[in-house]
Write a protein that binds this ligand. Sequence first.
Ligand code: ZN
Length: 176
Amino acid sequence: MAKRKIITGNDPVLRTVCAPVQKITPGIVRLLDDMVETMRAAEGVGLAGPQVGVLRRVIVVETEPGNVYRLINPEIVAQSGEQEGPEGCLSLPGESGCVKRPMNVTVKGLDPDGNEVTVEAEGFLARAFCHETDHLNGILYPDKAEYMNTPDPDPEEEKMTPAAYRRHRAAGKKSR
Ligand code: ZN
């Protein structure tokens, strides 16, 4: 396994809709292992292909240490309920926001051996699968946030509307 570089900021790679994996090659299996290593090194709970510059529909999720999911062509096939809570992203370091997600999701995909896998996820795990599958469609969580926490908290204004957040990013992070 090898650690890969995590793409951050306004990189258009993070805004690209990823292509399905047609064939599970040794390269795809290695990619998933590398993504697990990269996620753990960064102390994240999930990572998607585009975050390491690979525009393929692959994700890894590990909300409980040791219980890691490596999914190819994942799809959320059912969802129910609602939860609202804080979310962050390894590609948007130092930022967080409040995002509404379903409380329960059913995720289908393939494991690295090509077996069909169905995961019934609840709570934080459901949130992680929603976040990671969004990445495969070029969606970042601030797009869906109720509000963003200001990166530089001002006691007068601790929350930022999504529109204010977009202006903040456009204005302040061009040099990245
Ligand atoms: Zn993310």
